[in-house]
Every structure is written in C-alpha cells, then in structure tokens.
Design a protein around this ligand. Structure first.
Ligand SMILES: [Cu+2]
Length: 315
C-alpha cells in the first residue's frame, strides 16, 4: 500500500513536470504554424518531449524510452516517507585495523542494526549489490563507489584506501528485507598530506572526453524541488557519431550520484531507460534544494567502467 502511494505520488509529480516542460517549450513539430488538429495525449511522445527539452540533438534518441520505465525508475524513500522502523535503522562505522592514513588500505566495517539494537539479518539486492558505498572528500574532488562484502549478522566489510588526507563523507545505500532502500552517512578523518581544498565551480563545458567518447550532460530546465531530467549522450570522439554499444554497469546503462557543495543533499539515481545501450542515458531527478551540485555519471563500454564528473548550479 505504501509503495502504491509512492508510485501514485511519483506518477503525479512526473505528469506535472511533463506538463510544465510542455508549457515552457511548446510542442515540437508545430513551430510557427497552428496545429491542424489538437495535439493528442500520447504519454510516449510526452516523455520523449521531456527528454528533448534538454536540447538534445536530433540524432540522440532512444526508442525504448517510455513512461513505464520512468515509473520503474528507482526512487529512494525520502526521510519523511520512512516508517518509524526504517527511521530507526542505524549504521555503526568502524575501523577494526585502525583508521587509515592517506594511501593506506584498511578494513572498514559497517554494522547495521534496527531500533532495538538487533542486527539486521537480511538485505535485498539493489542494482546487483547488497550495499553501495559512496565516499567523497569534503571538497568533492575525490569520489569512490564501492561494494562492501556481506559477512552476515548485519555486518559489511571492505578494505578501502583514500588517496589524500582530509575529511571524507561516507554514504551507504542498502535495503533491509521488508523495508525501503535507505541511505545512512558516516565520516572519516584521514591523516596525511592533503592539497588545499579545491573550490567547487560550475563546469565550463558540459562535454567531456572519456574512453574514446564525447560525453555530454544535457540538463534542460533544472529547478530545485521540481522533477526534471539529466540526460547523458555518448558520441565517438573521433567520428562524432552516436554510440550504441554502451554496456550495462551494475545492471543498467549507468548510475548518477549528485551531492551538493555543503554535503547535505545526496542523490543516487538510476536511469529511466535502464536497459538502453546508447546513445543516451536519461535520469529522472529532483534536486531537493538549490545550490551547486557535483554530479558523477558512471558508465561502461568495452569492458571498462568510467566516471564523468560535472558541476552544475541548480537554481
Ligand atoms: Cu553501487
């Protein structure tokens, strides 16, 4: 029942967002001329239009992009939607071999317990893993997305190393059996040399080269609190041709993590067109607050996973 509500709310929110997009951008194909007949409501087209709103070139389309997959796309339960039992779930972060200094490999342990202090015995697989751990330096320069191994009895472990000294924030995404997917945070202070924290500035270009590809982030009309889309497009860097042989990374065409400069907002988003192999990967996002966000897109091609980071101002 709870899940149904979330879906209804999400579908409703999406519909409003799509209508807003139509209102702002108008209907494609009817520019400058009055339409001979009223535009029919076709959810398929409507959704494509939302993708097109992110000023996508004509050769960047995905015929498999449809509203069903939009609803199937993954959403984390926000704090307010969580049950009392979910809210009570705690992660204890510990370093059984000591806290690592820069460059040292040390074991990180996560112990996950419910509100009664009972270890949580079982977790569901999400995106091919039982637990996803994102670690970022406080200036968002360093980013890791790793998968601690389940040892049973609510305990996950992973040897991890941090390139530089400084403060790191840790985010664990996991789904205890019978609960929604939850995110819990921790932090670690890593001794050792660290460079002056880099100031976060908006990316000058929304195109980057990675693994022989030209990857472009199309963000369309973003606004805090509004459902919108981030679309990544992939071209061969030499020929400029759209690329159709992207490979699944952790079960879908890609993953996006977004964190704001104050490290208060955290989004882990899965693609709408999760089964696509290019030339675009579309992510439904809602930035909870305005501000400067760093966005890491994770993709794979030719057997090689890669990360493309961008920095975006969300009004
Ligand atoms: Cu992961």
């Amino acid at each position: 029942m709870n899940t149904h509500w979330k879906w209804l709310l999400f579908a409703g929110g999406s519909a409003i967002a799509l209508l807003a997009v139509v209102a702002v951008y108008g209907l494609p194909g009817v520019k400058g001329a009055a339409p001979s007949k009223p535009a029919e409501f076709n959810p398929h087209t409507q959704h494509k239009m939302a993708a097109m709103s992110a000023s996508l070139p004509a050769d960047m389309t995905d015929p498999y992009l449809d509203p069903v997959s939009l609803q199937m796309s993954h959403m984390h339960a926000s704090e307010s939607e969580q049950t009392e039992g979910e809210k009570a779930v705690r992660v204890q972060w510990s370093w059984p071999e000591g806290v690592p200094a820069a460059g040292e490999l040390k074991k990180l342990r996560l112990s996950i317990a419910d509100g009664n202090g009972q270890m949580i015995p079982a977790f569901m697989v999400t995106n091919e893993k039982l637990l996803h751990l994102i670690a970022v330096s406080s200036d968002l320069r360093f980013f890791q997305h790793v998968h601690p191994v389940y040892k049973g009895e609510g305990i996950f472990e992973l040897p991890i190393t941090f390139e530089q000294g400084g403060s790191y924030k840790l985010y664990a995404d996991f789904m205890p059996e019978g609960m929604a997917e939850l995110t819990r945070t921790g932090s670690v202070k890593v001794e050792g040399a660290f460079a002056t924290p880099a100031e976060l500035v908006s990316s000058a270009s929304m195109t980057q080269h990675a693994e022989g590809l030209m990857v472009t982030l199309h963000s369309g009309a973003l606004m805090a609190g509004m459902q919108s889309e981030l679309t990544f497009s992939f071209r061969d860097a030499r020929t400029g041709k759209p690329v159709y042989d992207m490979e699944p990374y952790l079960g879908s065409i890609g993953h996006v993590v977004a964190i704001d400069e104050k490290l208060e907002q955290y989004l882990h988003v899965h693609p709408v067109n999760w089964a696509a192999t290019g030339p675009i990967a579309v992510f439904g996002v809602m930035f909870p607050k305005s501000g400067l966000y760093k966005i890491w897109g994770q993709f794979q091609r030719g057997g090689k996973p890669f990360i493309v980071p961008f920095v975006l101002e969300v009004p």
